[in-house]
Ligand binder design. Structure first.
Ligand code: IVH
Length: 713
């Protein structure tokens, strides 16, 4: 390949991989299979090797497997956070046992445990208090998610004294002064199903599996939202200096006595037969567990033996994971419904003969789209395999052809909208069919109305039946019509009385106070879920700024990629939508961020600022401060960066890049003094943090604002 071609392909691959990583880690909506992803990465690695002059420190090849996010502070792991060797084959477990016996003889035991399918976490307790929670990150450095972990109900912030512990018996406390305990944050099936149901209803991409849902939720910027996600934790590995335990089991038992969540689904085994028994038992029994497991972890139980066996660069030599094959059930496909969603997407949904899978009864499953139906060569009446944990949950993964009868019927994906009869259009990129009649298709109209009033949007108390009635009487056609309803209108509806009409109107009236970010979400712009609406609202400040933004500017918002940016731009460039927005504005809805998030000055207008390191206020507060002064935050330095705002321990990579590009580096004091000088003219109150503020930190912002006077820029 020619040099110039190689260069272009390298750039292209980096772009594709970075976008895939972003979708996987940030939106938890993987678009590539693991295999496809690995192949692209391998191609990039090869090209970079052949063309070393194009290698770059920030290439995705240099940071494989890292889930670090710029929104979090990072800390080094005291002990590297490694992975586990794994196998699907019991004979390899035997080989593991042989290797171990060769190293330490045969007087040892195994601890067999469930392998929880979640995201790894490392908790540090100091003096009995939760000190810090780090994700695996790249194994050496992890993201500090302590604030989010505090919203996980079964993680104690303070340890308990075990029964029988006598204070003053010589030991100051029943636990080591400092220790780490590692485990998994996971999302039980019930919470996962609930979350995905909501996401599907909102036409947001559902999480691919509970593991993605758990890691996505753990990394939410707004820690208050973490509490709503129903995450749980299980801990399985204690580390520290001079721990007083002889075996791994003793350490887990002690942890459990201190109130830490440790699974009781474990067993001490002495030989491979017992290990196999444990594996076989849980391969069946796990289907009744309320959470996802993907295997069994087999560990040498005696800690001195663990130390003797040690580690390879990637994994301990004293443990191995036996992985279960994906859990499936076989059942009969009875019929297929074609559902039209709020945004017009038509999705085939299979009706199945009820079957037990992963502890729940499955009656319906997604078939994705017409292409998927064709690939599976699915017929009504076929016996099909259903799996949980697929992209849309549960999903049909295959057809058992040996059970196909003679009476099966080939389904036909409709060409016309099953609701309004408009000819469907196919979005080739997404392989989805859409009804283009967005303003005339009753299902789409009603879907938008229901979404608008829903709890997380305008929170108006109204059932779907009410909306159906209002729509059927032609009283409401679009969301702006809700604000023109009168009591007389409502009394025209069957079964409505004075009281119910008044209650409904009161609820509508109260929705005028709903904050802008939720109003933006309520508009039902395709792909704009709650979190995106929040980022967009806070980035731009008001609806006019969003409506006037170019796709390029929209792309600068955290978590906004090409698809979302295009969708927002399209929404606001449609006259009919702008008319609705105008009427909603006239009705008095909130169309600008309020109060603490208010704009303080425009001194940073047009400037893109990159921040790095730690400040006396949280990074989110610092970002909010920049936004409040009209600036924009960006995660990476480019020629467009106005300056790098560097706090303590600013990233050396960023400093180097700024220097290389001749970009100014500014410290916190200089920055705050300069900003506050202008802020005090307009407003002395600082912007609030994006997240649930730590009180002392938000006061700090305020103090800075009041304290400093001076001018900048
Ligand atoms: S022990 C030094 N025990 O599976 C490694 N890991 O695929 C110690 N996992 O990295 C890990 N359940 O995140 C261990 N009972 C269990 C586990 C478990 C789930 C995770 C863990 C590990 C990954 C490997």
């Amino acid at each position: 390949m020619e040099k110039s071609q190689a260069y272009l392909r390298i750039q292209e691959l980096r772009g594709i991989i970075e976008e895939a990583n972003r979708l996987y880690y940030k939106e938890n909506a993987p678009t590539l299979s693991d295999y496809e992803f690995d192949m692209l990465l391998k191609e990039l690695e090869k090209l970079e090797k052949e063309n070393p002059e194009y290698a770059a420190a920030d290439s995705p090849t240099a940071k494989v497997g890292s889930d670090l996010r710029k929104e979090f502070d990072q800390y080094p792991h005291r002990y590297p956070m490694l992975s586990l060797g794994n196998t699907y084959d019991i004979s390899e477990v035997q080989a593991f046992a042989d290797r171990v016996a060769k190293g330490i003889g045969d007087s040892f035991t195994y601890s067999c445990e469930l392998k929880f399918d979640g995201t790894a976490i490392c908790l540090t307790y100091r003096d009995g208090k939760l000190f810090r929670a780090l994700t695996r990150g790249d194994g050496t450095v992890g993201d500090d998610v302590t604030r989010n972990v505090k919203h996980i109900s079964n993680i104690p912030q303070e340890l308990e004294c075990p029964a029988g512990f006598v204070p003053g018996d010589g030991r100051r406390q029943p636990w080591p002064k400092e220790f780490e305990i590692r485990g998994e944050i996971y999302m039980p099936w019930a919470a996962f199903d609930r979350l995905n149901e909501e996401r599907v209803k909102d036409e947001e991409q559902p999480f691919a599996n509970p593991r993605n849902a758990a890691s996505g939720s753990l990394k939410l910027i707004d820690s208050r939202m973490v509490a709503e996600r129903g995450l749980e934790c299980t801990l399985y590995h204690m580390l520290g200096e001079d721990l007083p335990f002889r075996t791994h089991q003793e350490a887990l038992e002690a942890a459990s006595e201190w109130g830490l969540p440790v699974s009781d689904k474990r067993r001490i085994c002495s030989n491979i037969n017992e290990i196999e028994e444990f594996i076989n038992y849980w391969d069946t029994e796990r289907k009744n567990l309320p959470y996802a497991t993907d295997g069994i972890v087999i560990k040498v139980n005696e800690l001195p033996y663990q130390a003797q066996l040690g580690y390879t660069a990637k994994a301990p030599r004293w443990a191995v994971a036996y992985k279960f094959k994906a859990e499936q059930a076989l059942t009969k496909l009875l019929s297929i419904d074609y559902q039209v969603g709020r945004t017009g997407a038509v999705t085939p949904v299979a009706n199945l003969e009820p079957v037990q899978l992963s502890g729940t009864v499955v009656k319906r499953a997604s078939l994705h789209n017409a292409d998927q139906m064709e690939i599976l060569d699915i017929h009504i009446g076929d016996y099909v395999y259903v799996e949980k944990g697929g992209e849309i949950i549960p999903k049909i993964t295959g057809v058992e052809l040996s059970k196909r009868g003679t009476d099966v019927v080939l389904p036909h994906f409709p060409e016309k909208c099953p609701d309004c009869g408009t000819t469907l259009v196919k979005d080739e990129e997404e392989a989805k069919s859409f009804c283009p009649n967005s303003t005339g298709c009753p299902t789409q109209i009603k879907g938008r109305l229901v979404h608008f009033l829903s709890r997380k949007a305008m929170n108006v108390i109204a059932g779907d039946a009410t909306i159906e009635q209002l729509f059927n009487k032609a009283l409401v056609w679009n969301v702006a019509d809700f604000y023109e309803l009168t009591k007389e209108h409502l009394l025209m509806l069957d079964g409505w009385k004075d009281k119910s009409a008044e209650r409904f109107l009161k609820s509508i009236s109260e929705s005028r106070k709903v904050p802008f970010e939720r109003v933006l979400y309520a508009l039902g712009i395709r792909y704009v879920g709650e979190t995106t609406a929040k980022s967009v609202a806070r980035h731009f400040g008001d609806i006019d700024a969003i409506a006037g933004a170019s796709v390029e500017t929209l792309l600068e918002v955290e978590d906004v990629g090409q698809v979302i940016a295009d969708s927002i731009w399209e929404y606001f460039n449609d006259q009919a939508n702008m008319e609705i927005v105008r009427r909603l504005k006239d009705a008095g809805l909130q169309f600008a961020v309020k109060g603490e998030d208010v704009e303080l000055s425009d001194k940073l207008k047009g400037m893109t600022i990159v921040i790095s390191g730690n400040f006396s206020i949280s990074r989110d507060q610092m970002k909010a401060l920049i936004t409040a002064h009209g600036g924009k935050n960006s995660g990476s330095i480019s020629g467009k960066t106005a300056f790098l705002l560097a706090g303590e321990k600013a990233g050396p990579e960023k400093l180097k890049k700024a220097e290389g590009l001749g970009i100014r580096v500014i410290g916190e004091q200089e920055f705050l003094q300069e900003i506050i000088g202008t802020a005090s003219e307009k407003n002395t109150k600082g912007p609030a943090a994006k997240e649930a503020p730590n009180d002392s930190a938000s006061n700090e912002t305020k103090d800075h604002n009041e304290e400093f006077t001076g001018t900048l820029f």
